[in-house]
Design a protein around this ligand. Structure first.
Ligand SMILES: O=C(O)C(=O)[C@H](O)CO
Ligand SMILES: [Mg+2]
Length: 263
């Protein structure tokens, strides 16, 4: 049965980061995921997780220029040294905090960039990410992000993400299947899960089109989570949405998976 993880950069954001761990645990979560895990020193993050009885399901690779529009650099030729530094630092952080999945962001190529050249460079960097992750006993993931939310992002098409994971064919490189982005760009979620399950290392969910709780709109959470269960997926499903109100008040849909508002 899939386990639900609270994304602490989307949920419980009405309180300081340090308070979100206990809030997630109080709602029945046993795992969390974070986009910006480098905001806390690794020992501090590890202590917060341990104190709340939480596992880090996934963290993102460090992105040093997020505020300036940076979205990673794995697919940006010429940035290999920067990529390697972020990779090594982030794998070390993942190990220190017990995270078994590291999302490796591709980046936004400059207008007019040679995309075939970028793809070749991306594949070399991802192979290195897989090798570095494997040596540390973890798994690197890649995720297609829809162009409405992240214009110009190199990896926009979920089927291209699946093709790249297949081509690299490394046990420590997996697909991060974000149901929200995939519904927007491609749809046909059930059949895509069926076909791509062996490639999948992490799943995320949000409602479409609003990126709020998935119980409204085009996403059918019970159907999709049951499907993942039937397919034998026993990994994490990250709740990566912007709650319509208080996070706790919007968790009713997740009750069948052990999540509850604290009352
Ligand atoms: O935006 C998403 O869906 C993600 O999962 C990334 O990690 C953050 O951009
Ligand atoms: Mg996502």
């Amino acid at each position: 049965m899939p386990r639900l993880a609270a994304n602490l950069d989307f949920l419980f954001t009405d309180r300081p980061l340090e308070a979100r761990f206990d809030a997630a645990a109080a709602c029945g979560f046993s795992g969390i995921e974070m986009l910006f895990a480098d905001r806390l020193p690794a020992p501090t993050l590890r202590a917060a997780l341990d104190a709340a009885g939480l596992e880090a399901a996934l963290i993102n690779i460090a992105v040093d220029d997020w505020a300036a529009g940076g979205r990673g650099c794995a697919a940006l030729p010429g940035h290999e040294d920067r990529f390697r530094r972020a990779l090594i630092e982030s794998v070390e952080r993942a190990v220190a905090v017990g995270a078994r999945r590291l999302h490796v962001l591709a980046g936004i190529p400059e207008t007019g960039a040679d995309l075939a050249y970028a793809r070749a460079s991306y594949k070399r960097n991802l192979h290195e990410a897989a090798e570095t992750a494997a040596a540390a006993g973890i798994v690197a993931t890649i995720e297609a992000i829809n162009p409405r939310d992240m214009p110009g992002y190199f990896l926009a098409d979920p089927d291209e993400a699946a093709a790249i994971v297949r081509e690299i064919n490394h046990p420590s490189l997996k697909l991060q299947f974000d149901l929200y982005h995939t519904q927007i760009t491609r749809g046909d979620l059930t059949r895509r899960l069926d076909a791509q399950l062996p490639l999948i290392g992490h799943v995320q969910i949000a409602g479409v089109p609003d990126r709020a709780e998935p119980d409204q709109g085009e996403i059918a959470p019970a159907h999709l989570l049951d499907r993942l269960d039937t397919l034998g997926y026993d990994g994490w499903v990250g709740l990566e949405y912007r709650p319509r109100g208080r996070t706790e008040d919007g968790l009713g849909w997740a009750a069948p998976w052990g999540i509850r508002g604290p009352g």
